[in-house]
Ligand binder design. Structure first.
Ligand code: G3I
Length: 370
């Protein structure tokens, strides 16, 4: 596979993006440009992850999505745990609901994710009795799911969170049910199956913990670069790195130089980058909202101004649009019990300092294509 040119990179962003209207999409809710409009100024996209319950029950929240976003991704509906209630069953209804929403609002759809060690149905582990059985299950799943969404999903997170260095496996791979059943070739297999089934969707490896410069993350970045180089060298059809970017305000200093070098190293392998799950934890900041909002905005800006300098960076997705719903309140609750404020809009769907920082950073980004 040859390195993707900038033109191909934009084409890879899909027809849905090219066709997505500009500020006219922002209806009565807002007359000024949304984040996607700001991102589009440099040829990039902005999007958000959508929780299935919000989609089904909160029209106010959902009315803001097309104002701000050009891309959506489901927080959970595309995972095995939701799609595969029983071995012979594919249950697409919740994922289809987001697909229909995206089409109605001319939004592009990311697919997340085909292979993960979490959120799997209880029956899966019991069925992975041999390498042949595992290969059959993975093959059926990826072919069926990717075919179902062919022409609708423009980017797939083919594999998610495959690295975990403390597990001490070859290449820094995580010790998962798939690694145990198939060895490292489960990654190759997943990419080949996705490419064969929908060659038009761009294929990503998605990972967290690549952002800061403390030793664990430095080692993880090095392991990711080695893995990507190995996959490319062997012709495995990976096309991009998804950097989740679950950031944390007020804890680690972001080493912008090291982060820029990492993006350059990924680009030098001929790969694209998407920021796939950005949010900024504020549980180490004091309670005062102005202080938290300023800290979150500063962290987001420091990160984005580096990654947006990369010609490989196609777009930015936040893991949620409004603070009303964030996985961080469950996974990393504040000790004072206050809800976190990690996203661009507040709980009343008003734009926050992080929104302003993102819009300004998008505006300042160099265009991807003249
Ligand atoms: O679908 C059921 C619903 O029927 C039920 O009523 C409800 C009651 O709690 O649970 C629903 O399922 C939940 C699902 O989210 C949809 O809301 C699952 O229990 C819950 O485990 C699942 O959590 C998601 C988690 O991944 C596991 O899939 C989070 O929303 C989602 O934010 C999180 O996302 C991950 C990324 O995929 C990878 N990177 C880290 C990120 C945060 O953990």
């Amino acid at each position: 596979m040859t390195p993707l040119s900038r033109r191909a990179l934009l084409a890879g962003a899909g027809a849905a993006l090219a066709a997505s209207p500009g500020p006219a999409r922002a209806d009565a809710l807002s007359t000024s440009a949304g984040l996607h409009d700001h991102a589009l100024r440099s040829g990039r996209f902005y999007g958000a992850a959508i929780d299935q319950t919000i989609l089904a029950t909160n029209p106010t929240y959902m009315a803001h999505v097309p104002v701000e976003c050009g891309v959506v991704v489901s927080e959970a509906a595309f995972k095995w745990g939701r799609l595969r209630p029983a071995p012979e069953l594919f249950y697409f209804a919740p994922a289809d609901a987001l697909m229909r929403y995206a089409e109605q609002h001319a939004l592009a759809l990311r697919g997340h994710t085909l292979v993960w060690h979490e959120d799997n149905p209880p029956w899966l582990a019991e069925r992975l009795t041999s390498a042949a059985a595992a290969e059959r299950l993975l093959t059926t799943h990826i072919r069926t799911v990717v075919r179902h969404f062919r022409g609708h999903v423009f980017q797939w997170d083919v594999v998610n969170e495959v690295l975990w260095l403390p597990d001490r496996q070859p290449l820094g791979l995580r010790d998962t049910l798939w690694l145990r059943a198939l060895g490292p070739r489960y990654i190759d297999l997943a990419f080949h199956l996705c490419a064969e089934t929908d060659p038009g969707a761009m294929r990503f490896i998605n990972e967290f913990g690549l952002d800061y410069s403390w030793p664990d993350q430095q080692r993880k970045r090095a392991a990711m670069l080695s893995l990507l180089a190995d996959l490319r060298h062997r012709g495995v059809p990976v096309q991009g790195l998804g950097m989740q970017a679950h950031l944390e305000a007020g804890v680690h200093a972001l080493d912008q130089k090291e982060l820029a070098q990492f993006c350059a190293d990924v680009a030098a392998l001929g790969l694209n980058i998407v920021i796939t799950e950005m949010d900024v934890r504020d549980n180490r900041l004091p309670a005062a909202i102005p202080v938290r909002d300023a800290g979150v905005a500063a962290e987001g800006r420091a990160f984005l101004e580096v990654v947006l300098e990369s010609p490989a960076l196609l777009g930015v997705v936040t893991w949620g649009l409004s603070d009303l719903r964030t996985w961080l309140d469950e996974a990393w609750p504040r000790t004072d019990g206050l809800p976190q404020r990690p996203l661009p809009l507040d709980r009343e769907m008003r734009r926050k300092p992080l929104w302003e920082a993102m819009a300004a950073t998008f505006d300042a980004a160099l265009p991807l294509q003249k």
